[in-house]
Ligand binder design. Structure first.
Ligand code: PGA
Length: 250
């Protein structure tokens, strides 16, 4: 009932030319793949170029962040309307790197979510615990706090959640399928209390060192509906393999 969804978070990597090559290569490899949603989230500088490169394919364009205001004196920021204008279909919100390095809070996540959805963007809201929090036994409490604050007063149309344990991001330490499923199941139950039956349709992606060799076992878990991929989304072959792997259920 939930269509698999894989998004590539390119982070702060690549020139415009490299972005065009990567997007063009992906459009050729997986541009017509069916039964799955695939989004590419390049840096702002490459949005228009990637939009052009994936035109005519089924790939979608996404951004890595936004500001909640529509326009104004906010130097360095980009609004939801501007992202739509640049061809974006979705936007990542509350990535742990934004929380850790750029002062992102539950409140700013909440404002960004509402602004994105109001503009018609699909929002991928990221949650996840640090290693200290996991070892201290507070994983579910942290995730609950991030969900409650980030989603306060927001509906679930256009909402996707990404569970990304901070200790698994860029470290090569992937959560085991069982560890990930435990949190995904918790998130699904929380969404069920908040949104009722509609929660069954909300996609929950896993992120953190996803690779072609672990995507199949992760995707086999009942509440894992796809992946948010960082490092492995920067190569045509590895990202294409992840997209194909996420369609397989074992
Ligand atoms: P990674 O990053 O796949 O490089 O671990 C995931 C993410 O930060 O979204």
């Amino acid at each position: 009932m939930r269509r698999p969804y894989v998004a590539g978070n390119w982070k702060m990597h690549g020139t415009v030319r490299e972005a065009a090559e990567l997007a063009g290569g992906l459009a050729a490899q997986i541009g017509q793949i069916d039964n799955i949603d695939v989004a590419l989230c390049p840096p702002y500088t490459a949005l228009s170029t990637v939009s052009e490169a994936i035109r005519g394919s089924r790939l979608r364009l996404g951004a890595q962040d936004l500001h909640w205001e529509k326009s104004g004196a906010f130097t360095g920021e980009v609004s939801a309307g501007m992202l739509v204008d640049a061809g974006c279909h979705c936007v990542i919100i509350g990535h742990s790197e934004r929380r850790q390095f750029f002062g992102e809070t539950e409140e700013s996540v909440n404002r960004k979510l509402k602004s994105a959805v109001a503009a018609g963007l699909e929002a991928i809201v990221c949650v996840g615990e640090t290693l200290v929090e996991r070892e201290g036994g507070s994983t579910l409490g942290v995730v609950e706090r991030q969900l409650a604050g980030g989603l306060e007063g927001a509906g679930c149309d256009l909402l996707t959640i990404a569970y990304e344990p901070v200790w698994a991001i860029g470290t090569g330490k992937v959560a085991s399928p069982e560890q990930a499923q435990e949190v995904h199941g918790f998130i699904r139950a929380w969404l069920g209390r908040r949104y009722g039956a509609a929660a069954g349709g909300i996609r929950i992606l896993y992120g953190g060192s996803v690779k072609p060799d672990n995507i199949v076992s992760l995707s086999a878990q009942p509440d894992i509906d796809g992946a948010l991929v960082g490092g492995a989304s920067l190569k045509v072959d590895s990202f294409s393999d992840i997209v194909r792997g996420s369609l397989k259920r074992i």
